[in-house]
Design a protein around this ligand. Structure first.
Ligand code: NDP
Length: 301
């Protein structure tokens, strides 16, 4: 069965639109997200445009603040401090990657965790791991929501996460191993968590054997066809986070997007599987909108 992220994300956007409408009809201001972008990386431009469009679709006010690649770290830091103290802004994100002369960690660490709707600051991640209120980064949050909406529980299951990045692998593993009572606000299923999680990476020995013991496999490696059918036990749930460009002369763009899973051969063995595109990607954007509304609600308390 296909885990249809596109459809679920559309349902969540409709729910969010109603919630935002209820606020504005009651005379309150709309939630506001600011997206800071530095330079003109084409992939970043596309991601930012998609985020702004998704906000507009549900009635969240979205502002794009663009800086040239030449901006100094100090000026960007001042902008972060300004946004931290601007009470009209509920949440903001600094689109990554940043140019080489700017230290990403310095910039991320300066973001107030209460406005960190990307959930990427050390404070947000530290709080989340301790089960305190914090925003969860969008992709793991979206995957958790997707599992919840398809009533796929994780309690007692063996989940293998391939990838250990700060934005996907680590927070994903952390969310799934939590006790549900530590789960964070705004999640629809308390039955998610309580999994036994194995995190794999490029130095893992015999990845195939480990994956074959998994009830749920989440692949976030950025490597096309990394997960093949011989690595998947019958009935496993397969979540493909990867987004990779592969040459395709039949496509007008000259390339197409594929995930990290050999979909055609893995799908017949899996009980549930996400497609690429249309699986995890749409859930990632919708999670950012949910986090922004959550920031607004906490802000206006
Ligand atoms: P990173 O490059 O930061 O991390 C990749 C991880 O995968 C690393 O931990 C790496 O191991 C591991 N890895 C790479 N190759 C292998 C391999 N052959 N075997 C085992 N482990 C491997 O990537 P991200 O986490 O940022 O992103 C992962 C993928 O997900 C990318 O394709 C990205 O485009 C996509 N993505 C999709 C999103 C969505 O919304 N759908 C959102 C975010 C990312 P090591 O640490 O040892 O190097």
């Amino acid at each position: 069965m296909i885990l249809d992220g596109k459809k679920i994300a559309a349902e969540i956007r409709a729910e969010l639109r109603e919630q935002v409408q209820a606020l504005t009809q009651a005379g309150q201001r709309a939630p506001k997200l600011v997206v800071v972008i530095v330079g003109n990386n084409p992939a970043s431009e596309t991601y930012v445009a998609n985020k702004i469009k998704a906000c507009q679709e549900v009635g969240i006010e979205a502002q794009r603040i663009a800086y040239a690649t030449t901006i100094t770290e100090q000026t960007l830091l001042s902008e972060v401090h300004r946004l931290n103290s601007d009470s009209s802004v509920d949440g903001f994100i600094v689109q990554l990657p940043l140019p080489d002369h700017i230290n990403e960690s310095t910039i991320l660490s300066a973001i107030d965790y209460r406005k960190d709707v990307d959930g990427l600051t050390p404070e947000s991640m530290g709080r989340a791991i301790q089960g305190l209120d914090a925003f969860i980064s969008a992709t793991p949050k979206g995957i958790r929501e997707l599992l919840a909406r398809y009533q796929i529980t994780t309690e007692g299951k063996h989940v293998v996460v391939i990838g250990r990045s700060n934005i996907v692998g680590k927070p994903m593993a952390m969310l799934l191993m939590q006790r549900p009572y530590l789960s964070l606000p705004n999640m629809s299923a308390s039955s998610l968590g309580d999994a036994t999680v194995t995190v794999c990476h490029s130095k893992t020995r015999d990845l195939a054997a480990i994956c074959r013991t998994a009830d749920i496999i989440i692949v976030a490696a950025g490597s096309p066809k990394l997960l093949t059918a011989n690595m998947v036990k019958d009935g496993a749930v397969v979540i493909d986070v990867g987004i990779n460009r592969v040459d395709d002369l039949t496509s007008p763009r000259g390339y197409r997007l594929v995930g990290d899973v050999d979909f055609d051969n893995v799908a017949p063995k899996a009980s549930f599987i996400t497609p690429v595109p249309g699986g995890v990607g749409p859930m990632t954007i919708v999670s950012l909108l949910q986090n922004t509304l959550q920031a607004y609600n906490e802000h206006s308390r």
